[in-house]
Write a protein that binds this ligand. Structure first.
Ligand code: ZN
Length: 140
């Protein structure tokens, strides 16, 4: 649980760092996980006394990204890619990947894409494409 702006800042900092790393090194395993979309869980928000709202994020990932997470090649907590699957700890955030990530994955993903919209992943991808097309059309 963290604030939305903190989360977005963290994700874009990581994407930027990995994009820079990717320009230097071309190993396939380093390919960053970039969520197709980040949504906020509609029912899990907690409002703090100071007015900030903490929410659980929902990441929309494509099939390949989900496989990399499932197979232990990417940290489920911070999306750091690993050269070798299942390190004891994530070298970026220290998460106990080898001990806990499989259970975490099973709990969070449950074999179904964790999407707030109720669409399955393929429908969601189709709707993202549809929205993208509409945006493009609107520009013309
Ligand atoms: Zn990590």
């Amino acid at each position: 649980m963290e604030s939305v702006s903190a989360l977005q800042g963290r994700v874009s900092a990581r994407v930027e760092a990995q994009t820079k790393a990717g320009a230097r090194v071309t190993e396939r395993w380093r390919k960053p996980i970039i969520p197709l979309e980040i949504d906020l869980h509609p029912s899990e928000g907690i409002e703090l006394p100071d007015g900030r709202v903490l929410v659980n994020p929902i990441f929309t990932l494509d099939d390949e990204q989900v496989e990399r997470l499932r197979l232990g090649y990417v940290c489920a907590k911070c999306f750091e890619p690993f050269e070798h699957a299942w390190p004891v700890r994530c070298n970026a955030c220290g998460a106990p990947v080898r001990r806990e990530q499989a259970a975490y994955f099973a709990r969070e993903f449950g074999g179904v894409a964790p999407l707030g919209s109720g669409l399955n992943l393929n429908d969601e991808l189709a709707s993202l494409e549809e929205r993208r097309r509409k945006r493009e059309e609107a520009k013309q």
